[in-house]
Design a protein around this ligand. Structure first.
Ligand code: ATP
Length: 324
């Protein structure tokens, strides 16, 4: 293998740049020519591909976002789009790919490998932490810390006015960000898609919370079955029927996707980026490089996409116990 290319795809996440940097420099260290594909599969189809040098990735390890840009490509979902992407890679003689993204990115990579046989190793780049085959995804730790910082600030104002705050965090269909920011922020309740919340129980507990508690924070994962934080707040308000209680909603939104990556994310991203290139050189393909129990592991894309990743079992119990 002489030439490889790296790209970022799907939602961006803090640490993607550190991952790109590690893949580029590992490739160069191992004597490869490394290319960057801009805007994910969109750029692969349009031929937006440039050679990268070691200096191309200088001064990016600390930056959020992705210097290669990211995109969602409908065209890559068509056989014609993928054929065009393959022709562009073939023209440049690219023999291996490092795909940094989430489950959609790996679904596309798997289909592309099966059709055209260009070896591909993925790196888990998403804030949602919803990918099987790695304890944490690149960007998750930063997103949790961003949410936590916001919750701390909300707690100050909630306590000053005896308010009940509903804070909506990201995570798509997974509750990892909600659970970890909830534990760290001392939330009274956390609502996640993985478990069914009994709203009557929440209302009962809110009414019974000891009098000395001057604020209540309920963290809601965006994918919760009961609806958005706004909708849940209205349901709770209707059930509590206490005009003296004030209810507020804060939706954190895209601030969770930006910002400088934490040390944990930079290290994880660097390990995955290096492991992806080394994996390619060892003949690995159609798999993702992740870190489980502190060790680099390679998991087939089919499992990363197909197997659900459960929440850590004692995390929800922790929230119940610690909020008394
Ligand atoms: P995140 O979890 O942060 O949203 P993601 O990688 O899951 O990241 P998606 O938008 O789901 O983000 O997927 C990224 C891209 O992967 C899509 O825009 C599309 O180009 C490609 N892709 C997804 N699913 C398929 C598929 N079934 N066939 C071909 N390509 C696909």
């Amino acid at each position: 293998m002489k030439k490889i290319a790296v790209f970022t795809s799907g939602g961006d996440s803090p640490g993607m740049n550190a991952c790109i940097r590690a893949a580029v420099r590992t490739g160069i260290y191992r004597g490869l020519e490394v290319y960057g594909i801009y805007r994910g599969y969109e750029g692969m189809i349009e031929g937006d591909i440039k050679r990268l040098q070691s200096h191309s990735v200088s001064n990016i390890v600390q930056r959020g976002g992705t210097i290669l840009k990211s995109a969602r490509s409908m065209e890559f979902k068509t056989p014609e789009g993928r054929k065009q992407a393959f022709e562009n890679l073939k023209k440049l003689g690219i023999e291996g790919l490092v795909a940094i993204g989430g489950d959609g990115t790996f679904t596309g990579a798997k289909i592309f490998y099966e059709e055209f046989g260009i070896p591909t190793v993925g790196c888990p780049g998403t804030i949602d932490n919803d990918i099987y085959g790695t304890d944490y995804t690149i960007g998750f730790d930063t997103a949790v810390n961003t949410a936590l910082e916001a919750i701390d600030k909300i707690r100050d104002t909630a306590a000053a006015h005896d308010r009940i705050f509903f804070v909506e965090v990201m995570g798509r269909d997974a509750g990892f960000i909600a659970v970890e920011s909830g534990i760290g922020g001392g939330a009274e309740f956390v609502m996640v898609p993985e478990t069914k919340t009994d709203l009557d129980q929440v209302v009962k507990s809110l009414k019974n919370l000891r009098k000395s508690k001057s604020s209540s924070i309920i963290v809601v994962a965006e994918g919760d079955d009961l609806g958005s934080a706004d909708e849940i707040m209205l349901q709770v308000k209707a059930k509590i029927k206490d005009p003296s209680k004030e209810f507020k909603v804060t939706t954190l939104g895209h601030i969770q996707r930006g910002g400088n990556p934490t040390a944990r994310d930079r290290v994880l991203a660097s390990r995955c980026g290096m492991a992806a290139v080394e994996g390619l050189l060892e003949g690995k393909t159609n798999c993702m490089a992740g870190v489980m129990n502190m060790q680099v592991v390679y998991t087939p894309f089919a499992d990363c996409i197909g197997k659900p990743k459960p929440l850590i079992a004692d995390h929800l119990k922790l929230i119940d116990i610690l909020s008394i």
